[in-house]
Design a protein around this ligand. Sequence first.
Ligand code: ASP
Ligand code: MG
Length: 448
Amino acid sequence: MNRSFIVSKFGGTSMGDISSMERSATICVERNSSVIVLSATSGTTDRLIQVAKLASTGKTEDCEKLVFGIKERHQAMMNEMPQNHTGLSILHSYFTELDLLVQNISLLKELTPKAHDHILSLGERMSSLIFQQVLKTKIPNKSVVLLDARQVIKTDSNFGKATPLISEIAKNCQELKTDTVYVTQGFIGSDADGNTTILGRGGSDYSAALFAEGFGASVLEIWTDVAGIATTDPRLCPEAKIIHEISYAEAGEMAQYGAKILHPATIAPAVRKSIPVFVGSTFEKDLPGTWIKQDVENRPAVRAITKRAHQALLTISNPSMLNAYGFMGEIFGLFGKHRISVDCVTTSEISIAVTVDQTTVENEKFIQDLESVGKVIVETGYSLISLIGNDIFSQANLAKSIFSSVDEASIRMMSLGASSFNFNFLVKEEESKSCIQKLHRNLIEGKK
Ligand code: ASP
Ligand code: MG
């Protein structure tokens, strides 16, 4: 491992305007970051998604307005920087690329997955180009290179949410110089044919972790607009506190079960290379933030509470399955076929209940497929609440405390035991907030 090789990632709000970029650049200089991975400027990815949709549905006027706004914002940011012909001409080539993509999508009235990913890549490419200029003014004597992440982050061709090819990425990282500061894009990669791909929404954290893994970085820093990972969402519970140290396993569960601060895939590359991950706010850079690492001193039974809203419960039952086999295999095969991820499962002899994101139940083909296996009942309007901690199932009193915090009757399903790091249960969306507040008070603040 390289002793002081730091990969720093900055999110959209840290890229929002030139003064935010300057604040982020100051952090890079202070930390001596070697690779800087960036998100698009705040709101730009959402706007590009809109642009692509409007173009494909022939809403030319609205589309043009949005495109104009995106260009104007980035042009204005670039104008705040010292004159730089190369930078400006690259920015304009991106504008041309955007226009061409929009024209093509409008002409064909069809948005292919390939075109979708390509158009989205422009957000990160524009922000990183401008940030390179900002960083250059702070460290004029160093070589600050704009690296096209698509040359490094190789992926499969699953557009929209491509899977990175770890060993190719590692090989590509070795070809880069260690005495250079690289500014690059999060979120994007390319497949074997050179087509642009994306890693899924919020994927810049994951990109940064892949770079950190590829370089064998000593630290991965995720800079965002909150001062670290909190015990629960402070908007739901104002008593939430920043966690200063948390294990990979717990942070991974938190990300998986709804804590918005990290993309769920971020932890795996860090774990593979034992790279400590720091999460902090660019707006309060001197606060201690959160460290995510392998071993932590304090291992409370309940460290945090997360919520995943918009959950549906699918119950599939088939009485002829009593004492038969293959029922679950068949069902999970269908989840695999439709690339749907399962969060929680409970089973009985003739039925199986599974929680999924509510959007899943709009997939008619999937529901039809499930109906070929058994009777399907769909219930919506739930939130999945997860308690995250250590050795949760060895805590004899935990269930008692949970049931005294939450009205027993309102728990629709629960799952405990698959991982010693979490305990999940499903409640009606409207009850979730008060549930979290009570649980936080009892289990984290230690008040009755
Ligand atoms: N810009 C992308 C998004 O908004 C990726 C990221 O910011 O992590 O989803
Ligand atoms: Mg993010």
